[in-house]
Design a protein around this ligand. Structure first.
Ligand code: C2O
Length: 617
């Protein structure tokens, strides 16, 4: 296998608070690590020597915190999990989303999928009824030896065999069994494609939705939790742990080899994947429906910078990382301000679409929410998404906090557990993965040193655009995104001190984004990227982030059958970006929106920059 030596990972020289924020990413390009760009299968530890970080100075809250036990911390705060009295804390602004009555109030998702005739996986997603008993509140088992989720690219042959056996056993169950491959896949369809309403929280007219809001991370954590325990039970191994698709590390950026068609009826294989993206193709974190033709090395560099943007720059506060608050009576798919979190709308959506078969009408399996759960890779992808939540909190424990509102802590879902009992679970019980009985095998996170580099530096870029680019106050909204648009946007303050930045972070908001929820769409957002002749990528500081959506099939006004556009907001932390492009003293910046795919009918209702408070303790 050919290996290439690349040096896209600069070494930091100094660290300040937060520890990487001041690290110029171009300081030192001499440290090298190797990655195989065309290895089809055996990317193991040997191919990536990225743990040689002798010069890297990181505070204790960084890499080694990946598996830290947060129990003590939480107990110190009064004990979040198991704190049943939380239910009595008055809600700040609403009612938490209550678990649906999945037995007697589940509708076929068909009424909400306009492309029903082509949905080859079927849209009847309701779970089987085993008894009429009400779900019981789930109690996390104590004192369990943690299951260790391995990075898929490093998994041993023995482990893979065990995992294949478990999935095969799942596939062998009759479709009607709550643990079957089919039923496990249907869970996603039901929770995402309109199977349930908010009836249990008093809003039978509103759908329940676990994407595009702060329910995204906790719902999927619980979903994987039971899926993993069911697999373990099927092979009688209480220590069994799911692998994670380590797409944020160069050694894991290919589709994990264990999922390939090995000619031996591999149960991990799913024929409904994009054949072009089998190894040695390198995953594109900014995938927009077409391959860019970038070299492997360039792609890896872009991926790492994009991960840095999403995990650090953009995710500067709780709401940016988790997504908007979703409480009873709301609908995260029709709210102008409710933005999905940065990981959800970024790398998470990109991987779904990159894996799904683009030749299928709905991008099955991974490329569409209704069918994603039928590909075993879905759970392995989501294990890494889940790992991002863990890492995000650990890299900056001072500022990176879980939501603390009772509306989030008490939101709940219902699943069949590994003993076929119907159980209700709460967000408040899933904030500590060690307490949940699992950890992630450590893997280097090289993106932490991949802060993007400014293409053009210099103050007054925006001032030079005066008269050429329209000021935001002169723009007629809604703004169509069928072509690239540029607007001059005023900043709330200039030359903010380090102290100011400790208290408040600068956020670029796009509100009232209207889009057709049946299409895969993506657009990119740039700041002061005025030279249209050069292609700016996520490796450049001017790239502020993107907005991407998988088809949801939630396009019908409930009960009316009328087509309805979806709405969302989107927001990007830009404090670091402005430092990098040296625009901190500028009164305005040029915001550029570039449609990539599916944006023909997309409109944006408002663009503004605001200061947002961040936790100070
Ligand atoms: Cu529920 Cu990756 O989606």
């Amino acid at each position: 296998m050919a290996s290439l030596s690349i040096s896209t990972l600069p070494t930091s020289t100094t660290t300040k608070k937060p520890f990487f924020s001041k690290t110029p990413s171009h300081v030192n390009k001499s440290r090298r690590f190797t990655v195989s760009c065309n290895a089809a299968s055996d990317n193991n530890d040997k191919t990536v020597k990225n743990s040689d970080t002798p010069n890297l100075i990181l505070p204790k809250t960084s890499l080694e915190m990946q598996n830290v036990d947060r129990r003590n911390l939480l107990l110190g705060l009064g004990g979040l999990y198991g704190a049943t009295n939380l239910t009595t804390i008055p809600s700040a602004f609403g009612m938490p989303i209550a678990a649906p009555d999945i037995i007697s109030h589940c509708a076929s998702a068909s009424s909400n999928l306009a492309n029903t005739k082509d949905t080859i996986r079927g849209v009847a997603c309701c779970p089987p009824v085993l008894s009429t008993d009400k779900p019981k509140d789930y109690v996390l088992p104590w004192n369990v030896k943690p299951r260790v989720r391995p990075a898929a690219q490093r998994a041993s042959a023995d482990y893979i065999e065990k995992y294949q056996k478990a999935i095969q056993a799942m596939r062998d169950l009759p479709d009607s069994h709550p643990h079957s491959w089919k039923q496990q896949g249907m869970i996603h369809c039901a929770y995402c494609n309109g199977g349930y309403t908010q009836e249990q929280s008093g809003h039978p007219d509103k759908q329940l939705q676990i994407h595009n809001s702060w329910l995204f991370f906790p719902f999927h954590r619980w979903y994987l939790y039971f899926y993993e325990r069911i697999l373990g039970k099927l092979i009688n191994d209480p220590t069994f742990a799911l692998p994670y698709w380590n797409w944020d590390n160069p050694s894991g950026m290919q589709l994990p080899a264990m999922f390939e068609d090995n000619g031996k009826k591999n149960p991990l294989f799913d024929p409904l994947r994009d054949a072009i993206h089998l190894p040695p193709a390198i995953f594109n974190v900014e995938y927009a429906g077409a391959d860019t033709g970038d070299s492997c090395i360039k792609q890896i560099g872009i991926n790492l910078s994009s991960m840095y943007r999403q995990m650090i720059t953009n995710s500067c506060d709780t709401k940016r990382f988790f997504g908007g608050e979703f409480v009873a009576g709301n609908d995260p798919l029709t709210s102008e301000f409710n933005a999905p979190g940065t990981i959800e709308k970024g790398v998470h959506t990109a991987a779904h679409r990159w894996v799904g078969n683009r030749r299928m009408a709905n991008g099955e399996d991974m490329g569409n929410f209704y069918s994603a759960g039928y590909d075993p890779l879905f759970y392995v992808h989501h294990a890494n998404v889940d790992r991002m939540w863990k890492i995000w909190r650990d890299v900056d424990m001072k500022r990176h906090k879980d939501p603390d509102s009772s509306d989030w802590l008490n939101a709940s879902y219902v699943f069949y557990d590994e003993n076929e009992n119907l159980v209700r679970v709460y967000n408040r019980d899933c904030v500590d993965i060690r307490r949940m009985g699992y950890v992630y095998e450590r893997s280097e996170i090289p993106w932490i040193r991949s802060r993007p580099i400014a293409r053009v530096k210099g103050a007054n870029v925006a001032a030079k655009s005066l008269g050429v680019v329209q000021k935001v106050e002169d723009v007629v909204f809604p703004l169509k995104l069928n072509k690239t648009v540029k607007v001059l946007v005023k900043r709330p303050a200039i030359n903010r001190t380090e102290e100011d930045k400790e208290k408040e972070t600068e956020v670029l908001f796009l509100n009232g984004i209207n889009f057709d929820g049946e299409k895969f769409l993506k657009f990119d957002v740039f700041v002061n990227d005025v030279d249209d002749g050069v292609q700016t990528t996520a490796a450049d500081s001017e790239f502020a982030g993107s907005f991407a959506q998988l088809p949801h099939g939630h396009n019908m006004e409930m009960g009316t059958g009328e087509k309805m556009l979806m709405k969302s907001g989107s927001a990007y932390g830009i404090t670091e970006l402005l430092e990098d492009i040296e625009a901190e003293g500028d009164e305005s910046v040029v915001v550029k929106l570039v449609p990539r795919i599916g944006c023909e009918e997309v409109t944006v209702g408002e663009i503004k920059i605001k200061l947002v408070p961040v936790p100070t303790v």
